[in-house]
Write a protein that binds this ligand. Structure first.
Ligand code: SF4
Ligand code: SF4
Length: 205
């Protein structure tokens, strides 16, 4: 199997502090505004006094079979052969947004005039797609992704699929709050098939 980078998330450890979300914005210079490459969602179940809260932090999952790349007609999203990281080419993006519809996880993000007041000369459109890069620039320097490094609870980890599987042999492929990997953002079955997200979990029971 080709090398594939993956995240690990321990749902029991996460306390919902948003440090990972802020660290991601800080490292990647994502200005204040609606675009956020990593997001926290909270699912509640039960009734008082037996209430349970399930935190889930997700970014792009650098899927083995990315729906975004299949959906983009101009090839602005591609998967790197060397490590499976899915990258957007902001210069190529035509703001068609089919990637955002196709992605089950809400990973593709778009800025606005406030967060991106200046259109870069290389961009074809204002506010081209942006999303998690797995901090490939930090990986190149031997550093963990910014979100993983920032988590005070050590709820996040990363590695190749093989490394994660060896380190966390009981890891699961889903957890409460995780969207269906076979459905697009509108709930329609993806014609490109199961995205097979590159993320593993220790779910909260
Ligand atoms: S999580 Fe969404 S944007 Fe990221 S690779 Fe998978 S389908 Fe593409
Ligand atoms: S930094 Fe850690 S504990 Fe805080 S929200 Fe992110 S994953 Fe959860």
């Amino acid at each position: 199997m080709a090398k594939q980078m993956a995240f690990y998330f321990d749902q029991n450890r996460c306390m919902g502090c948003h440090a990972c979300v802020v660290a991601c914005k800080d490292w990647n210079d994502v200005k204040p505004g609606k675009a956020s490459w990593r997001k926290l969602s909270v699912t509640e179940s039960g009734a008082f006094p037996d209430v349970k809260v399930f935190n889930l932090v997700l970014s792009c999952n650098h899927c083995a079979n990315p729906a975004c790349t299949a959906a983009c007609p101009v090839g602005a999203i591609y998967k790197r052969k060397e490590d499976g990281i899915v990258i957007v080419d902001r210069d190529k993006c035509q703001n068609i947004r089919s990637c955002a519809v196709a992605c089950p996880y809400g990973a593709p993000q778009f800025g606005d005039d406030k967060s991106e007041p200046v259109k870069k000369a290389s961009w074809a459109v204002a506010h081209p797609v942006q999303k998690c890069t797995f901090c490939w620039d930090r990986l190149d320097d031997g550093l963990a992704p910014s979100c993983v490094a920032a988590c005070p609870q050590r709820a996040l980890d990363f590695g190749t699929v093989e490394e994660i599987s060896a380190k966390y042999p009981t890891a699961q492929r889903t957890a409460v709050g995780m969207p269906d990997s076979t459905k697009d953002s509108n709930g329609n079955t993806l014609t490109s098939g199961d995205t097979v997200p590159s993320i593993f979990f220790k779910p909260k029971n």
